[in-house]
Design a protein around this ligand. Structure first.
Ligand SMILES: Nc1ncnc2c1ncn2[C@@H]1O[C@H](COP(=O)(O)OP(=O)(O)O)[C@@H](O)[C@H]1O
Ligand SMILES: [Mg+2]
Length: 411
């Protein structure tokens, strides 16, 4: 096919989902480069002249696996289309090709959700590998969002924990729940385990209306409707369970929460638990039942000590290290302690970083999660990036996202 033909083709509007891979940007022969790297015929790859056309072609599309942006696409256009795709077709992988080293661009590209930036001057192999990885990522994300939630398949449970108060547990739990519900379109449960003074509902500008005992009482065999009837709908696909402040409320046993988690796991593809700040029976039982426990700490000596103790304690009660995820909150604070220091001193691998932002307390005061209120902010994008990893991290899928590695290099 001549360049002329391909130019003509690009001016025919593509139907959403018509191609699994799309090349975007001049020259039209970029389409052939992408096809060659994918080991596909030129006709198997769609071509669009610019990001505006791509945006039109992709709106709401969940079929396209891959979008490859040519070196002619300006950085700002690349970041904005990536951002758009993240929101509208989150299972589409975006790869950016540059004619030179992308160094300065990398952090911004990653935050915008671009899977990879390829330096074309390094040869065809690099592009080929990047596109293969991106296709696999998209496939595993689709597999994960397609299988969970079906009858008989159990959902994933993520507990957020820190034994120190004020580290950002509730902020993370609420925003992660919103992000996962939005990105997957699957029903998501958010549970506040703090029966004395929970504040999950405050992040949504409301109060819990029913005691957590109502949730416990529906028990082991409850279906989705029974569970929802004792919860509060806080947004699209998002149901919350928590207790209003009641000092006279009787305690809840670990066994009873384990039972109800089994029901929840059948009914909700995703559950996020805001655990208590101590090693309560309730918290320990939720860790036992969690796909992963997200340990969050701020960058201060006391917080990091708590983190070390939490890792030790959880492992001692049998939570394997590959089920722990370490997240440093306010990790950009200039406080003479860096995430690298934490990794080195504690001999751990930090999985994710969240920046400090005044938007966090602001959104709390406005009663709307920052992920919804300020979706373009760095802090919302960082939450989105964690959500993406959890969604893609399907034990049944091909091991593309996060090869489970030891957190500890302990000799
Ligand atoms: N990344 C952040 N940037 C700025 N403020 C934050 C951040 N994370 C948490 N905060 C603030 O810290 C306070 C404690 O957060 P919260 O999630 O309620 O802590 P926890 O549940 O661990 O006790 C809140 O006022 C919250 O707004
Ligand atoms: Mg809290």
């Amino acid at each position: 096919m001549s360049d002329q033909d391909m130019t003509v083709q690009s001016h025919r509007a593509l139907n959403p989902g018509e191609y699994r891979a799309l090349a975007v940007g001049a020259p039209p022969t970029f389409r052939q480069d992408v096809a060659r790297a994918l080991g596909a015929s030129t006709e198997a790859v769609g071509w669009l002249a610019n990001v505006a056309e791509a945006e039109r072609a992709l709106a709401g599309d969940r079929n396209t696996d891959l979008l490859v942006l040519s070196p002619q696409v300006a950085d700002t256009d690349a970041l904005s289309i990536a951002d758009f795709i993240n929101r509208t077709s989150p299972t589409t992988a975006v790869v950016l090709v540059r004619d030179g080293s992308p160094n300065g661009l990398l952090p911004m590209a990653m935050r915008a959700g671009i899977r990879d930036v390829v330096n074309a001057t390094n040869g065809a192999e690099e592009l080929q590998e990047a596109l293969e990885r991106a296709m696999k990522w998209s496939a595993s994300l689709k597999a994960a969002s397609g299988t969970v939630g079906e009858p008989g398949v159990s959902g994933k449970i993520y507990s957020v924990f820190s034994s120190k108060g004020g580290t950002g547990k509730t902020f993370l739990a609420c925003n992660l729940a919103v992000a996962i519900a939005e990105k997957t379109g699957h029903e998501t449960a958010l549970i506040d385990l703090d029966v004395d003074m929970g504040d999950v509902f405050s992040y949504f500008g409301t109060d819990a209306s029913r005691p957590l005992h109502d949730l416990i009482s529906v028990g082991e065999d409850a279906d989705a409707e029974a569970l929802k009837s004792v919860g509060t709908k806080l947004g699209d696909n998002l149901w919350a369970f928590g207790a209003p402040h009641d000092p006279t409320a009787a305690g809840i046993s670990g066994d009873s929460i384990t039972k109800v988690l089994k029901s929840i796991q059948r009914a909700f593809p995703y559950t996020i638990i805001d655990a208590t700040a101590d090693y309560s029976d309730l918290a320990l039982s939720s860790f036992d039942n969690s796909t992963e426990v997200l340990l969050i700490s701020a960058l201060d000596v006391v917080g990091v000590k708590h983190l070390g103790k939490a890792i030790e304690t959880l492992m001692s009660i049998g939570v394997p290290e590959e089920r722990l995820r370490i997240i440093l909150n306010r990790a950009d604070s200039k406080v003479n302690l860096t995430p690298e220091d934490v990794e080195r001193v504690m001999n751990i691998k930090v999985d994710d970083l969240l920046p400090s932002s005044r938007l966090v307390p602001l959104s709390l005061n406005n009663g709307r999660p920052v992920f919804l209120e300020e979706p373009k902010s760095e802090v919302a994008k960082s939450i989105g990036a964690i959500a993406d990893k959890l969604i893609a991290d399907d034990p049944g899928a091909s091991p593309v996202q996060k090869p489970k590695r030891r957190l500890f290099g302990r000799a």
